[in-house]
Design a protein. Structure first.
Length: 334
């Protein structure tokens, strides 16, 4: 089968595109004919070695796939040949990746795609939206009626955070570039603040005088000095980006108000947590309530180029979807 794979960790140009042996499913696995995959920032971290995780060479890159069941092992109950399915947890933790014509997925990491949902539209959201679910509900413990601040609300993860938090009954305040404010309002944000405003903290405090219950910064600025002071009692900060930041933590303001700071990566989510997220995502995509802002469809052979473009920050607001030759749909922006 053809695949985008690496023989060593390194820069984007270590990704090769060519023939490797097709994988064989174990008894509780499903063999999937892949229609499309994506490239996430974390795929570049795995490829370069920045995110350490076991890899066997040749190593197929990529987390996410949408495809069709080719064969289900005898213990992979609930799946049959021809089922349309998706996954968002390949390519790390000892599992081969998704950027190939076929992939093996453990049955407990595979989910049905709801009828009528466009596979490209679905695969574009499964990583950022599952991240948003985990941030809000698993690590952020969001409750109905709480006030949530989403920094970077126009991004892939940020837009999913706004969508899900609003639907969970939260009041959502957002920060974004001024040109992205209308988009954030369409997603349901109650107020949007320009992240370049020198009085950003003052404006947020004015909009949430009782404090922020849950603060999520997808831009990875991680200004805890300001953020902790904006929190309500028992307010939570969930860190998920900005690995190189070294924020100052005002300890007294934190512990004397029962506030907390917690971090997470989707890579360590349990299969149960991912399945919970998948159920929520499936509901939202089936209703048309969750979609990427724009999608660029490219052939799987463009994987190395897309990795490089993501690392250069060239895909602003767009998700790259890489299609295999099993998916005879048109390329280009959608
Ligand atoms: N922890 C996890 O499990 C996990 C999972 C997925 C992703 N991530 C991380 O989450 C981050 C976001 O990913 P993404 O795909 O959503 O990126 P993205 O689409 O580029 O979104 C980032 C957004 O932040 C905005 N922004 C830039 N500077 C800002 C600032 N100072 N204040 C507020 N917003 C600002 C950007 O706006 P402009 O376009 O104006 O710059 C952009 O809209 C990445 O670092 C990624 O690695 C973590």
């Amino acid at each position: 089968m053809r695949a985008a794979y690496i023989e060593e960790l390194g820069a984007a140009d270590v990704i090769r595109y060519g023939e490797i042996a097709a994988p064989r499913p174990g008894p509780t696995d499903v063999l999937v004919d892949v229609l499309a995959t994506t490239v996430n920032p974390v795929d570049t971290f795995v490829r370069s070695g920045l995110f350490p995780t076991p890899v066997d060479f040749p190593f197929v890159v990529g987390r996410d796939l949408v495809g069709t069941v080719a064969e289900a092992g005898p213990g992979a109950t609930g799946f049959r040949a021809g089922d349309r399915v998706w996954c968002n947890s390949l390519g790390h933790g000892g599992r081969q990746g998704a950027a190939a014509e076929q992939a093996v997925v453990a049955a407990d990491r595979l989910y049905r795609l709801p009828a009528g949902v466009d596979p490209y539209a679905a695969v574009a959201v499964v990583h950022p939206a599952a991240t948003a679910y985990l941030a809000l509900f698993v690590h952020g413990r969001l409750r109905m009626g709480e006030t949530v601040l989403v920094a970077g609300a126009a991004g892939h993860v940020g837009s999913a955070l706004v969508t899900m938090a609003v639907r969970a009954g939260a009041r959502v305040l957002a920060t974004a570039g001024s040109q992205d404010a209308p988009y954030c309002v369409r997603l349901g944000a109650a107020e949007v603040f320009d992240y370049r405003d020198p009085d950003l903290t003052g404006k947020i405090r004015g909009a949430a005088p009782s404090g922020i219950d849950l603060h999520l910064d997808t831009a990875g600025v991680n200004d805890l000095q300001s953020t902790v002071g904006l929190l309500a009692r028992r307010g939570r900060v969930v860190l998920m980006a900005g690995a190189g930041t070294r924020p100052v933590l005002p300890a007294g303001a934190l512990y004397m108000n029962d506030r907390s700071v917690v971090g997470f990566v989707i890579s360590h989510a349990t299969s149960g947590e991912l399945a919970e997220a998948a159920a929520c995502l499936n509901d939202l995509v089936a209703q048309g309530a969750l979609r990427a802002r724009s999608i660029e469809v490219l052939p799987l052979s463009a994987a190395a180029d897309v990795h490089a473009r993501i690392e250069r920050g060239e895909l602003r607001g767009r998700r790259a979807v890489l299609r295999t030759d099993r998916a005879p749909l048109a390329e280009g922006p959608r």
